[in-house]
Every structure is written in structure tokens, then in C-alpha cells.
Write a protein that binds this ligand. Structure first.
Ligand code: 5AD
Ligand code: SF4
Length: 468
């Protein structure tokens, strides 16, 4: 699982015909899905535009992970309806409105009932059917709804185009796994994204090769439970994430590989070994633990103890001593006492995180924890969250401060803000800027870190020659 990010699909490519605007809420998986929906609509003549006001079709790609997701969707739909009416009054055609993603999957019927002006409702597994839905919506005069978990996989139906990319095509996301069989007590994902499935190795490699040929140097492999990956390997066997990462690392141009989000239970020995042996695997791992209390971990149905998490971290750090960790935490899960919370604080102090995301527990309808007794008071949740975030902030500051005086390999991805500056990312996903030539963009070069700003690091190039 990943951080909350909100992004507007903004690539404004040349073309004629109809215009499309995709609004993306939620995790990187949604960012990836939005780009693929844009890809499948391109052959129909849709080109992406920056603003909903200019769009013949608007897709709202939603996230259901935390509270008030549906309310947020209805309020945005209200805005889009008004926009559509204004466009019509100004002489444009009808604006097609589609709701995609996890809220559509979980609450499609309610969307139909409360926002009957919506044309298309589609779940995360059916976006390859979008062209057909658009055609049906044009004929139907009512909403087209498709929230199946179809037998065919959407990945087989994607156009063989450049995949979604950022940073001038130097870094990209690549979905390799979807769904989750873990059923944590608090989480909607198993209900909205369905059972765990993995893309075959050949399909992943083909997409990665296209990316590399297009200039991508760093790939982030995505999955709700990415390290549960078990894709067909083409010779009757099954590849693990470690095996897949080894094959990806062999693709010329792909210098860096990341993956997110992982489950502690699925960190197997091959993955630990890969962190020692596969130099393309970046030493920064998002490994959610959620709580440091065994009682709460059990209530959460996480399937591991706090000690098992510590053990996995120990083994990973033995394999890769410079590995930095990120995590997700939930405070105030039903039944959480002050003692349980203290156990979480203890675990954080012991492990030391470079970065983390933390949330107050919020009941998601239909999940076991939502109906559990001993719901925690909001004021208590607030207090715990503040204490937890203060500790995590302290650790993050210490981690960044510790970079000063170190030399880090930086993948340069863009010009910096000031003239003569270039910017890139460290192995730990920190933004780094230096004075340097633009010819280094697209390459990795060693940087001596000399300063720390609020959101980035500054440094000097050790030498103006790229390293591997
Ligand atoms: N309440 C609070 N946080 C949640 N998360 C998932 N479901 C809930 C919920 N019901 C958090 C978990 C997960 C992250 C993406 O969101 O920490 O790892
Ligand atoms: Fe949700 Fe748990 Fe699955 Fe993560 S592992 S997607 S938190 S059910």
C-alpha cells in the first residue's frame, strides 16, 4: 500500500479529435491505471488535456482506502456535472463522465443512484473494456456499469505503447501484481481489487524493454502485495519477485529497480538475497508493519508478530547494510490500548525509519474491524497520531541530516529550479540538486551531499563523469 497522492493526468500530446481529462486519487497503482486508461482511449481519438473544462470526457479514478472516499467522489461529481452543463451552454457537446477505481468497484450502485448523470462506472479490473463502454454509453442514454472481476486480464488488452512515465521518461511505474488475499481487518483492498494475480514474466519484461528503449532508467514495480508476485515464467514454472528483478536488471538501460508495496509475510529468502546480489535493487524498502503490538497485529489479521517484522528487517539489513526503511502505521485500531500504542512506539524507536505514512484508523464499511467492539475515541486517536508522527518526523530528519558528508549516486532526471542546476533522486528517493551540466540528465553520477533543505538535499558533483 502506498502514500496518498493526487495527480492530474497532464501529458498534452499532439492530436485531434476528442479530449480527455483524468483525475487520479490514491496510490501509484491508480496513477498507472490512469495512464493505461489514457492509452486504451487514444485509438478512439481521445487526447489528454490539462483541464477538465476542456475535456469531452472526464474520468475520475478514485481511491477507497480511507474515510469519506465516497463523499469526496460525490462532491467532485457535482463539480463535474456543473462543468458539463457550462460546456454544453457554451456550445460544446455532452461531457462524458466516468468513475473508475476502487470507489466505483465498491459503491457502483450507490453512485448510479445518487449521481444518475454519470455515464460510465468501471472497476480497476475492467479498464481495457473502456472503449466498448464509451461506445455503449453513447448509445445507451443511461449509465454503463462494469465492475466485474473478469477471467481475462486487462494486461493482455493494453496497446503496446510507451508506458506511463514521469520525469521526462527517466522513471516509470510498472504494475506486475494486483489484488490481495490477506484480508487485514481494516482494509478494503481485497474487496475492491480482488484476489492476488501476477502478470506473466514475459509480459512484464516486454513492457520494461519498451520503457528502457524509450529512455527509462528507473522502474518501480507496483502491486498491492508486490512481493507476493508469482508470475508464469514461460517454461511451466513460476517466478518470484527476486527472479523477475534479476531479469529486469539485465535489460540494458535499466539501472534502478524499486518495488512497492510489500508485505512482511511475503519477504522470502530469495528476496533478501536479491537485496545483497542485485545491485539494481535500490536500498530503500517500503514495508508496512501497521502496529508494534502483537495483540493488535492479531486483531488486524496481519499474520505476523512484531518480532517476525524485526527479524525480517534484521535479515534484510544483514544482506544490505545501507537499506533504509519506510512503513505504514495505523493508530486507534479497535481494541488498541495505551500499552499497545507504546509497543508501536517502541518498535519505531528500535527499527528507525527513513520515512513513514501514518493514519488514524477509520472504519471502512464491510470490513471486519468496522463492526468490532472497542472502537477507539477520536481524541485518543488524535493524541496517538501526533506522538507517533513527531517521532517519525524526528527519525526522518535524522536520516536526512545523516546524508551530509556522504557521497550518493544520483540519477539526474531534470533541470533544477535555478539556472545551471540539475536535479535528480538518490537511492533513498530523496530529491537532490547540484550545479552541473544538462548532459548528465539521464545518467547517474556521484554527488557529495553538502546541505539539507526542507524537501531536498543539495550537493556537489564528485566528478562530472557518469557512473553505472
Ligand atoms: N484506516 C486507516 N488506515 C488505513 N489504511 C488502510 N486501510 C485503513 C483504514 N481503514 C492504511 C494502511 C495501509 C495504507 C495504504 O493505508 O496503513 O498500509
Ligand atoms: Fe490491505 Fe492488508 Fe492486503 Fe495490504 S495486505 S492490501 S493492508 S488487506
Amino acid at each position: 500500500m502506498t502514500s496518498d497522492i493526487i495527480r492530474q493526468e497532464s501529458a498534452n500530446k499532439a492530436g485531434t479529435g476528442k479530449t480527455l481529462h483524468v483525475i487520479t486519487w490514491g496510490c501509484q497503482m491508480n496513477v498507472y491505471d490512469s495512464a493505461r486508461m489514457t492509452d486504451v482511449l487514444r485509438p478512439l481519438g481521445y487526447r489528454p488535456v490539462e483541464a477538465a473544462e476542456e475535456a469531452d470526457m472526464v474520468i475520475l479514478n478514485t481511491c477507497h482506502i480511507r474515510e469519506r472516499a465516497a463523499e469526496k467522489v460525490f462532491s467532485e461529481l457535482g463539480r463535474l456535472r456543473k462543468l458539463g452543463e457550462e460546456r454544453r451552454a457554451a456550445g460544446h457537446g455532452r461531457t462524458v463522465i466516468a468513475v473508475a477505481g476502487c470507489v466505483a468497484q465498491a459503491e457502483g450502485e450507490e453512485i448510479l443512484a445518487r449521481a444518475p448523470f454519470v455515464d460510465i462506472i468501471l472497476g480497476p479490473q475492467t479498464y481495457h473494456r473502456l472503449p466498448e463502454m464509451v461506445a455503449r454509453a453513447a448509445r445507451a442514454g443511461g449509465a454503463v456499469i462494469d465492475t466485474d472481476f473478469p477471467a481475462e486480464t486487462k494486461f493482455d488488452f493494453l496497446p503496446a505503447e510507451a508506458a506511463p512515465q514521469t520525469d521526462g521518461n527517466l522513471t516509470a511505474f510498472l504494475t506486475i501484481q494486483e489484488g490481495c488475499d490477506k484480508f487485514c481487518s481494516f482494509c478494503v483492498v481485497p474487496y475492491t481489487r480482488g484476489a492476488e494475480t501476477s502478470r506473466p514474466v514475459a509480459s512484464v519484461l516486454a513492457e520494461a524493454r519498451r520503457m528502457a528503449a524509450g529512455g527509462v532508467r528507473e522502474i518501480t514495480l507496483l502491486g498491492q502485495n508486490v512481493n507476493a508476485y508469482h508470475g508464469e515464467d514461460g517454461s511451466g514454472g513460476v517466478a518470484t519477485l527476486a527472479g523477475l528483478a534479476a531479469e529486469l536488471a539485465a535489460i540494458p538501460g535499466i539501472g534502478r529497480i524499486r518495488y512497492t508495496t510489500s508485505h512482511p509475510r511475503d519477504v522470502d529468502q530469495s528476496l533478501i538475497d536479491a537485496h545483497r546480489d542485485n545491485r539494481a535493487l535500490m536500498p530503500f524498502l517500503h514495508l508496512p508493519v501497521q502496529s508494534g503490538s502483537d495483540r493488535i497485529l492479531k486483531a488486524m489479521n496481519r499474520g505476523h508478530t512484531a518480532e517476525a517484522y524485526r527479524d525480517v528487517v534484521r535479515r534484510l539489513r544483514d544482506a544490505r547494510p545501507d537499506l533504509a526503511l519506510s512503513s505504514d502505521f495505523i493508530v486507534g485500531h479497535p481494541g488498541e490500548t495505551d500499552e499497545d500504542f507504546e509497543a508501536t512506539m517502541r518498535l519505531i524507536r528500535e527499527i528507525g525509519f527513513a520515512q513513514a505514512f501514518s493514519f488514524k484508523y477509520s472504519p471502512r464499511p464491510g470490513t471486519p474491524a468496522a463492526g468490532a467492539p472497542l472502537q477507539v475515541d477520536e481524541a485518543v486517536k488524535d493524541r496517538r497520531l501526533q506522538a507517533l508522527q513527531a517521532l517519525l518526523r524526528e527519525q526522518q530528519d535524522a536520516f536526512n541530516a545523516d546524508m551530509i558528508g556522504r557521497t550518493l549516486p544520483v540519477l539526474f532526471t531534470a533541470r533544477g529550479r535555478k539556472p545551471g542546476q540539475i536535479a535528480g533522486r538518490s537511492p533513498y528517493l530523496q530529491a537532490v540538486h547540484v550545479d552541473g551540466p544538462e548532459t548528465l540528465i539521464g545518467q547517474t553520477a556521484p554527488v557529495l551531499i553538502t546541505q539539507r533543505n526542507s524537501n531536498s538535499l543539495g550537493g556537489v558533483l564528485k566528478r562530472e563523469r557518469a557512473c553505472a
